[in-house]
Write a protein that binds this ligand. Structure first.
Ligand code: BTN
Length: 251
């Protein structure tokens, strides 16, 4: 980003630490939290060398081609699951504001555009002696990542390819954070869960996850996916990798 740190703090209306390059903004944010970062502070990077995804996977944030940022929050423990939902809703809003048409949430927090992943969220709680110190909400968005020569081209997409136009990362960041602030302000209400649930493309589909196959018929208020298998047994899963084995909606 070409703005100075001071300009960024004004535009984004919060404490900001910007780095051209870091290993992972989540790790940098954790260090800042330990050093006394205020609620709502954000770490932003132009490039991540060791960006982390869910389930220990790596996350690709090449120089100037992606949004890679981590928010520092101090929620009550009961509201931890809703941070993921608020972050995912914010990216959903961003994709729509950019002009993407085919946007949905793949449980739990992938944003799909034209059925390909444009963004992921990695929320990590920080505990000390059984007490919640804070949470780091890491958001990665593919803005102009070139997947054309990569095996990911079948499953990943950049916003600029989806809208066939140039997008400005400072504007994207400002809009994303303003939408996050909106959803975060509602986090103690039922709205965040309801709106997140309404945007899921996963419900009423046949899915396979963690050796369970069945129909994903609902989500719990904590964000777990509820699956009914062929024998009518209900399974609840919070993590895992979701394979949609049938694109048919089962009604
Ligand atoms: C996923 O879909 O697996 C989650 C990807 C989360 C990536 C973001 S990029 C900013 C933040 N820093 C990280 O190291 N990871 C998250």
């Amino acid at each position: 980003m070409t703005l100075s740190q001071t300009q960024l703090e004004k535009v984004l209306a919060r404490p900001v630490r910007y780095f051209d390059q870091v290993d992972s903004t989540n790790d940098t944010a954790k260090a800042w939290l330990a050093g006394g970062a205020p609620e709502g502070a954000v770490v932003i990077a132009g490039e991540q060398k060791r960006g982390r995804g869910r389930h220990g996977r790596s996350w690709h944030s090449p120089p100037g081609a992606a949004l890679a940022l981590s928010l520092i929050l101090k929620p009550p423990e009961a509201l931890l699951p809703r941070l993921n939902m608020a972050a995912t809703l914010s990216v959903y809003d961003l994709a729509q504001a950019c002009g993407c048409e085919n946007v949905c949430i793949k449980w739990p927090n992938d944003i799909l555009v034209d059925s390909k992943k444009a963004s992921g969220v990695l929320t990590e709680a920080v505990w000390e002696g059984g007490n919640l110190v804070g949470a780091i909400v890491g958001i990665g968005v593919n803005v102009r990542v070139d997947f054309s020569r990569s095996a990911l081209s079948v499953s990943a997409i950049s916003l600029e390819d989806a809208v066939k136009g140039r997008l400005e990362r400072v504007w994207l960041t400002a809009y994303l954070l303003s939408r996050f602030d909106h959803w975060h302000s509602l986090i103690a209400t039922a709205a965040v869960f309801r709106e997140w649930r309404d945007r899921l493309n996963t419900l009423n589909q046949t899915v396979a996850i963690d050796n369970v196959k069945g129909v994903a018929f609902d989500v719990s208020p904590e964000g777990a996916l509820l699956i009914r298998d062929a024998k009518g047994r209900v399974h609840q899963t919070r993590a895992g990798d979701l394979a949609v084995s049938s694109r048919e909606k089962v009604r």
